[in-house]
Ligand binder design. Structure first.
Ligand code: HEM
Length: 464
């Protein structure tokens, strides 16, 4: 009894050579993880965080995924943690989250390996790569996909947008796959979903995890075959696989084929899951806000009217400089990555004289800043006009939807571009509405448990 009481006491009152932030460590072993995963509305701060912020203040301690954790919600502290990447704070996600992506995932590495991998990835997803290689095909695929879906009169946007993204992204990775192999890869990447993470405490979790494991295994097989064949043939196809094969041939190479297979797999899954959910959020919000929809139509019809070559599709210039209201409308929708996690390696002093002991996790909550009532009037309202005249692209202490510092998202521009092109075609060519009331929750990633069915038809006023 004495031993157990002692252990329970130590669980609730962990050691610290400074002052720990207030908070509760929850139940032994599971901590407060179950409450953390409770689903909640999407356009708000999670009740888990909100409740503790009002009880303990902007910094509080807890235990999540079996790790002692300090949750950070203050803009200055969050920005500083991002800035200290690779110095006192290191990216660190629980193995339960990252394991299903495979063991070779080098984006979890630090220092030089991470830097080199990021440079390689930016050849595909950086603005030069997007401008040169991606925008035309992205536009064409989006236009054709929407046309074919709209001809059915209604469709589930949740699945359709994922397939649309993969349909043009897979050939950018590997351009010479046979149609049936490409179809198989698309199906496997689509089958690899994050359902196990949305509800890790349900009986069905093991089943969804197993399905994801099988899908990953099959997808990796396709990617591996394509890699091996390309290496042997030395063909040049102008795709990302060329870049990766060339990297492997360099004398100073620090990666192997397995690392690059894992990279391709991770990028395909991320592009499908992250961007599609934000596009679906956009469809939902503009369907419910006629004033914002009218303004979007005005912006995109003006772009179309001023375009010299009507068949050229969205240009880089239009995307970067003429979609101001589009940017304003979906600015906060990107705030969907709820908790970037870092491990404190240095026993860091943070705000208000508190300390994060070495080895603890720092869970930053950017959405607490993006929905902060002291920064935003009517903070939960969808109001694109609140951004009028503001700088819309770069990260700041009060806006970090794509992270900040060394770990800033490599896919940010590609996601924004895909969203802008989708909205362009949707609002200029179609009339659409939600087919039914939509369930939209966050646990902790946002998702539409019952899909997003929409009714759609070609607009009689369509300009092209
Ligand atoms: C809805 C769109 C997206 C959002 C909101 C988003 C958000 C984020 C955030 C907040 C981070 C930083 C994580 C951290 O600091 O721990 C991040 C990193 C990352 N994102 Fe995205 N992302 C999006 C789309 C994408 C896409 C489309 C891709 C790839 C195709 C991508 C690839 C990555 C990668 C590889 C990293 C790790 C970067 C590094 O460690 O240096 N993301 N993303």
């Amino acid at each position: 009894v004495v031993k157990i009481s002692n252990w329970l006491y130590r669980w609730s009152n962990p050691k610290c050579n400074g002052k720990l932030p207030p908070g509760s460590m929850g139940f032994p072993i599971v901590g407060e993880t179950i409450e953390f995963f409770k689903s909640h509305g999407c356009y708000e701060i999670s009740p888990f965080v909100k409740k503790r912020m009002s009880r303990y203040g902007p910094l509080f301690r807890t235990n999540l995924f079996g790790s002692n954790t300090v949750v950070l919600t203050e803009p200055d502290v969050i920005f500083e943690v991002f800035r200290q990447e690779n110095k006192s704070f290191m990216l660190s996600y629980p193995s339960a989250i990252v394991k299903p992506f495979g063991k070779d995932n080098l984006f979890l590495e630090h220092g030089g390996i991470h830097k080199q991998l990021k440079q390689i990835t930016l050849q595909l997803l950086g603005s030069e790569g997007l401008k040169r290689n991606m925008i035309r095909d992205m536009d064409r695929a989006t236009r054709d996909h929407l046309r074919s879906k709209a001809s059915q009169g209604s469709f589930d946007a949740k699945d359709a947008v994922k397939s649309l993204i993969l349909a043009h992204f897979i050939p950018k990775m590997i351009s010479n796959l046979k149609p049936e192999t490409r179809r198989n890869l698309l199906d496997q990447i689509n089958a690899f979903n994050m359902d196990w993470f949305q509800s890790p405490f349900r009986l069905t979790t093991l089943k969804t995890l197993y399905r994801a494991y099988i899908a990953r295994r099959e997808a990796v097989k396709v990617l591996n075959d394509a890699f091996t064949r390309r290496k042997a043939s030395r063909d040049k196809c102008g795709d990302f696989l060329d870049t990766l094969v060339e990297e492997l041939e360099k004398e100073s190479v620090i990666f192997d084929q397995g690392n690059f297979i894992s990279l391709m797999f991770g990028l395909l899954v991320l592009s499908k899951d992250s961007t599609s959910i934000v596009i679906c959020m956009a469809i939902k919000f503009i369907s419910e806000n006629p004033k914002a929809l009218a303004e979007l139509k005005r912006e995109h019809e003006a772009i179309l009217q001023n375009r010299e070559d009507k068949e050229s599709g969205v240009t880089w210039e239009e995307y970067r400089h003429k979609m101001i209201f589009t940017n304003m409308s979906f600015r906060r929708h990107w705030s969907h990555m709820e908790n970037p996690l870092r491990r404190d390696d240095m026993h860091e002093q943070i705000g208000n004289g508190y300390t994060i002991p070495a080895g603890w996790i720092a869970a930053v909550v950017p959405s607490a800043v993006h929905f902060d009532p002291t920064i935003y009037e009517n903070h939960l309202e969808f109001n694109p006009w609140r951004w009028e005249g503001k700088e819309l692209r770069s990260a700041s202490k009060t806006f970090m939807v794509f992270g900040a510092g060394a770990r800033q998202c490599v896919g940010a521009d590609s996601a924004r571009l895909q969203m802008s092109i989708f909205i362009h075609h949707l609002v200029t060519k179609y009339d659409f509405s939600l087919a039914q009331e939509v369930e939209f929750v966050r646990s902790p990633f946002p998702h539409f448990p019952k899909g997003l069915p929409i009714n759609i038809s070609e607009s009689p006023k369509s300009l092209v």
